[in-house]
Design a protein around this ligand. Structure first.
Ligand SMILES: *Cc1c(COP(=O)(O)O)cnc(C)c1O
Length: 367
């Protein structure tokens, strides 16, 4: 007879993360060729060639442990963000930094405030540590920052906000974010997740690095996974108050960013041309896809990130399945309980066109 070791109830209440469907899996299952994946907000241009070369060269040194302090990378990031190096943290993706922030500051007797359609990783990171989750309603899929500030109490340790948000694409303007930083109780650590900051082009979109002076307890979270095309290497970073860096350094694994990842990130920061090409392609794609969705009569939120949120006339999961059969992988949103929508990443010009064509065919089939 086997005896299972007990888990805390909050561990049992979690569901494993469901990633975007890999192309190979789809092609194996349906026997089709030439599929495209617009499901994980990955970079359609691939990885910066400078970053790839640096990672490749670094392979000659992987018999050594990485620099646990990620010194050269943090030096570069400190210059980039114009803050002292002691305020920079790096992690195995920004996802790891989220988990560390939760563990360094909260237990199951605390709560975290987030939007009801906030990024799913916030549910996982806080749920894994048993925090109570205060999911604040998002009318029209927009964060209500006033309500989020008011949802905080003495037991709130973290307030988690992605701007722009994934999966909704919605974003908050400067005045609203400034008010949030001012009105949220001082003891709450606000985590402003800017995974998509590079893609935003609205003049009212506030860059978190310009807000650091407004509040002590503010973390600005960034990633190399999107505009820098390094999702598979796993590098995230954050600007934090110095005492937060000290707390995280007590609990993190010492070698959380591997050698090729560190070298690739340093090189990627030099490859401004690659980021500019990525951003230009994405913004152009946003306009083209928006026009295409208008022409198809679909409701959508174009947002400020590298994806669009599309309302499906046949339900999200059904549209997802039908697009799969056309060789187009998008993201259904059951984990968010958004059953009427799919999230579609912006791709290359050819991928966007292919996706719009497939959507058109599906709509003809169902109406
Ligand atoms: C993609 C994404 C990230 C990045 O996660 P990594 O762990 O750095 O790959 C962070 N936040 C949001 C909202 C995202 O969509």
């Amino acid at each position: 007879m086997t005896v299972h070791t007990e888990s805390p109830p909050w561990v049992l209440s979690l569901q494993p993360y469901v990633p975007g469907k890999p192309i190979e899996e789809l092609e194996r299952e349906l026997g089709i060729r030439g599929s495209i994946k617009l499901a994980s907000n990955e970079n359609p241009l691939g990885v910066s060639p400078l970053a790839a070369a640096a990672a490749h060269d670094a392979m000659a040194r992987v018999h050594l442990y990485p620099d646990a302090a990620t010194w050269r990378l943090r030096e570069r990031l400190a210059a980039f963000a114009d803050v002292p190096m002691a305020r920079i943290l790096t992690g195995n993706g920004s996802d790891e930094l989220l988990h560390l922030l939760v563990r360094a500051f909260a237990t199951n007797s605390h709560n975290a405030v987030m939007g009801e359609y906030g990024f799913i990783a916030y549910r996982v990171a806080t749920g894994a540590a048993g925090l109570q989750q205060r999911a604040v309603p998002m009318p029209g899929f927009e964060h209500d920052l006033g309500a989020m500030a008011r949802a905080c109490d003495a037991n709130t340790r973290l307030l988690l906000l992605a701007n722009p948000n994934n999966p909704t694409g919605t974003w908050c303007g400067r005045a609203a974010v400034e008010a949030l930083l001012r009105d949220t109780p001082e003891h709450v650590l606000i985590v402003l997740d800017e995974a998509y900051v590079e893609f935003a082009d609205d003049p009212d979109y506030p860059n978190g690095l310009s807000l650091l002076g407004l509040r002590e307890n503010l973390v600005v979270l960034r990633t190399f996974s999107k505009a820098y095309g390094m999702a598979g290497l796993r590098v995230g970073w954050a600007v934090v108050p110095e005492y937060v860096a000290d707390r995280i350094n007590r609990i993190r694994l010492p070698f959380n960013v591997n050698i090729p990842a560190q070298e690739a990130a340093i090189a990627a920061l030099d490859d401004t041309d690659f980021v500019e090409r990525t951003v230009a392609l994405t913004r152009r794609g946003r306009a083209v896809v928006s026009a295409g969705l208008d022409a198809l009569g679909l409701e959508y939120i174009a947002g400020q990130a590298n994806f669009v949120l599309v309302r499906s006339p046949v339900g999200g999961p059904e549209l997802y399945q039908r697009l799969l059969r056309q060789g187009v992988i998008v993201r259904p949103l059951q984990p968010y309980r958004m059953l009427d929508h799919v999230r579609i990443s912006l791709g290359t010009d050819a991928e966007n066109e292919r996706m719009l064509g497939a959507l058109g065919r599906v709509l003809r089939d169902v109406t």
